[in-house]
Design a protein around this ligand. Structure first.
Ligand SMILES: C[S@@+](CC[C@H](N)C(=O)[O-])C[C@H]1O[C@@H](n2cnc3c(N)ncnc32)[C@H](O)[C@@H]1O
Length: 256
């Protein structure tokens, strides 16, 4: 699997700078590529997108779309009325955009990310927002090596970096950590051609070096159902450059 040269700031914002593809890729080095990216140029880019400073219009669109996804998840958790009593694992936490408000709401949050830089930024943001509190706990760790047991496991906008087989392994592992509920988001394959078209329109030429894996919603649901999960809530965030399907699944024997 090749890592594309990042020579277009705009192209690299769309779909996280990885060459757009939707088949099974070489799964062995996906993780290393992703980790290196989010510890280098990707860190700088996504720190800005997930921040409040000036950004270009593509980045602004992605920022707004991503915030809608975060707001949807928080609104689901708030609606259940028990957020302050929950233990939550935020797997692939990025700069803490979800972890921090969840901890502020009283949940006990364990947050991890494969990128040391992202975790460093999340730690700083938590300290600035919340003081030096130990909650959330931020750790540098590949989500597939996480252990423990949490009421709710959340993994937002991470599966886009992995092909189908690897995504299935990840979902399986995350599910094994969740007692009651799993919340996932992914870029649905439905929008594949729309995204391709937009990339073609905005970033002509060889610099359209983006790579991302889109997932068929039916495939993701099939994986989840095979593991005994049932879809409780779903939502779609869709802006011009950001597409994310959010699924909340629970085990039939548990209530939220
Ligand atoms: C697009 S960002 C989303 C961050 C966060 N979930 C959010 O929605 O704000 C994807 C994040 O997933 C992390 N990531 C990718 N692969 C991972 C893995 N195998 N284990 C843990 N984190 C991973 C990246 O380092 C990056 O911070």
């Amino acid at each position: 699997m090749r890592h594309q040269t990042d020579n277009s700031p705009q192209a690299s914002d769309t779909l996280n700078q990885f060459q757009l593809r939707h088949g099974n890729g070489d799964q062995s080095d996906d993780k290393i590529i992703v980790q290196n990216y989010f510890n280098s140029i990707g860190f700088e880019r996504w720190r800005r997108i997930y921040g409040q400073g000036d950004v270009n219009r593509v980045q602004k669109d992605i920022r707004e779309g991503h915030q809608q996804t975060i707001d949807t998840v928080i609104s689901w958790l708030n609606a259940d009325g028990n957020l302050a009593s929950l233990s939550i694992c935020d797997a692939g936490c990025g700069v803490g955009t979800l972890s921090i408000p969840l901890a502020q709401a009283g949940a006990s949050v364990f947050a991890s990310d494969i990128s040391e830089k992202m975790v460093g930024e999340a730690t700083v943001r938590a300290a600035v927002t919340m003081g030096t509190a130990a909650n959330p706990t931020f750790v540098v760790q590949d989500l597939e090596t996480l252990e423990g047991s949490y009421h709710t496991v959340i993994c937002l906008d991470v599966l886009i970096h992995y092909p189908q087989k690897k995504a299935a392994d990840m979902i399986h592992h995350l599910g094994s950590l969740a007692n009651t509920r799993l919340i996932l988001s992914f870029a649905p394959k439905t929008y594949f051609y729309t995204i391709l078209k937009k990339i073609g329109e905005f970033f002509p030429g060889p610099s359209k070096a983006t790579r991302a894996y889109l997932h068929q919603e039916s495939d993701i649901i099939h994986i989840l159902e095979q593991q005994g999960w049932m879809v409780q809530r779903s939502a779609m965030t869709k802006t011009n450059f950001y597409f994310s399907r959010i699924l909340e699944v629970t085990r039939p024997t548990h209530s939220r």
